[in-house]
Design a protein around this ligand. Structure first.
Ligand code: HAM
Length: 436
């Protein structure tokens, strides 16, 4: 039986056209992260499952992880997220490193999910994290990285919004105001995480099952109705959570100094499925009605290093997936045309005798940082242009007997249709024309 030519379900082959798009997305991620002083890192594809069991949460472990026992009886998983690997790496070096550590990476991750729009089994995720940052400014900086990244793709606040919450608020509401036990709090988190995806009746039923008293239930529903930062802060103050209110207020004031106000919206249902978050939590949502989904998620985590018996070192970071980002850019028409590659020049020869001079010319041009394609056989005039178009070249040359004997060549600019005669003894001028 013939083998299947298609990739494994939920994974993608990146043909040159798709790979060009991915390279474009990654180049802007790298440029933005580096513009904030973030350094690139990477880790292994496999980790021991224990690493994820410690803090990643039930859904990831029970439903999504690709795990197996290796030949040495170790229970390992293909990384479903990068944050635990990052924490493991930071735990090795943080004592000797000056802080904050600003690191970024674009790993491929695998999660066993039902493939659908925006969800696949292998995706690449831009991760940007700070460890050991002073106070709340690190949290604000991560939001700035996200906004400036989207701006670098040509997007603004009409295209996306950052829905934000703080787990310190959620904990205060559940544990102090509602007096929920740890077990009840855990269940409330799961309900809130699902709140937007289920009906009101289903929500009420789930809340009833927790067994809270009526006052606590009322507080819970009031909390779920909060929709602005001002309301959230007033709600905390009214319920005597002054410290939490002040801290959150200070954070919101900082975001306004960083010009983030237009992008941010308070959302009480944002709590994030991963267990390690302790401070702000956020998800970036597409505003386009055809693509209302999370493009990016992140938050602050204070205790991740403790799983390695290290002292706490607060961190904050984000993860942005390539699939959702591409869908976002497409739906808003923000993706540049990458249908064809981009090259500087196509050198062709019309007679076999032209090969020598063509190869020599190509060598010199490449040494001058130009992208040069050589026609690998005698190419008649008519065939040159369609090839040039497909390869996205800006200039062509044709090397025939006349050019060889005169040592002069016509350099054609395909965009302006201009033609320049240049001597092969004066390659400086030749290169200048192309670079101009
Ligand atoms: P996450 O919310 O699980 O966070 O994933 C972040 C983003 O990765 C999502 O918003 C989505 O764009 C993309 N993503 C996740 N799963 C899939 C999938 N199956 N198919 C396509 N895209 C997907 C984290 O992973 C955290 N570790 C992020 C983080 C970094 N927090 C702090 N630092």
């Amino acid at each position: 039986m013939a083998l299947n030519k298609q990739p494994y379900r939920g994974t993608r082959d990146f043909f040159p056209k798709e790979k060009r798009v991915r390279d474009y997305l990654f180049a802007i991620m790298t440029k933005t992260a580096e513009s904030f002083g973030y350094e690139s890192y990477d880790g292994p594809l496999l980790e021991e499952v224990e690493l994820y069991k410690a803090k990643s949460g039930e859904e990831l472990i029970n439903e999504q992880i690709y795990s197996f026992t290796d030949r040495g009886e170790r229970f390992v998983a293909i990384r479903p997220e990068m944050t635990p690997t990052l924490a493991r790496m930071v735990a090795q070096v943080h004592r000797e490193s000056s802080k904050p550590l600003r690191w970024f990476s674009i790993p491929n991750l695998m999660r066993y999910e039902k493939p659908q729009r925006g969800r696949v089994r292998e995706h690449w995720q831009f991760n940007c994290d700070i460890f050991g940052s002073p106070g709340r400014i690190g949290e604000v900086e991560i939001l700035q990285v996200a906004v400036e990244l989207f701006q670098a793709y040509g997007a603004n606040h009409t295209h996306f919004e950052i829905l934000l919450n703080d787990r310190a608020i959620v904990d205060a509401v559940f544990k102090i105001m509602m007096k929920a036990s740890d077990e009840q709090t855990h269940r409330l988190y799961k309900i809130v995480d699902k709140a937007k995806k289920i009906t009101n009746e289903a929500l009420q039923k789930m809340v009833k099952e927790i067994g809270l008293n009526t006052d606590s239930e009322n507080i819970f529903y009031s909390y779920l109705h909060l929709s602005t930062f001002v309301d959230a802060i007033a709600f905390l103050e009214k319920n005597n959570q002054i410290d939490i209110a002040n801290q959150f207020n200070a954070f919101i004031e900082l975001t306004s100094k960083a010009n983030l106000t237009d992008y941010l919206k308070y959302d009480p249902t944002i709590v994030r499925g991963l267990d390690y978050y302790t401070g702000i939590v956020f998800e970036i949502f597409d505003k386009h009605p055809d693509n209302r989904r999370a493009l990016c998620g992140g938050g602050a985590y204070a205790n991740l290093l403790q799983i390695f018996n290290e002292d706490p070192l607060p961190g904050v970071g984000l993860g942005l997936g390539d699939v959702t980002l591409k869908d976002f850019l497409e739906v808003h028409n923000l993706l540049p045309n990458l249908e064809n590659p981009s090259n500087d020049i196509l050198l062709t020869f019309q007679e076999d005798a032209g090969l020598d001079a063509t190869l020599k010319l190509a060598q010199v041009l490449r040494k001058n940082d130009l992208k040069v394609i050589v026609g690998l056989e005698v190419l008649k005039f008519k065939k040159v242009f369609p090839i040039a178009e497909k390869k996205g070249v800006k200039f062509i040359t044709l090397m025939g007997n006349e050019e060889i004997s005169s040592n002069k060549i016509q350099l054609k600019n395909l965009l302006t249709k201009e033609q320049h005669e240049v001597s092969l003894d004066d390659l400086e001028t030749f290169i200048k024309f192309i670079k101009a």
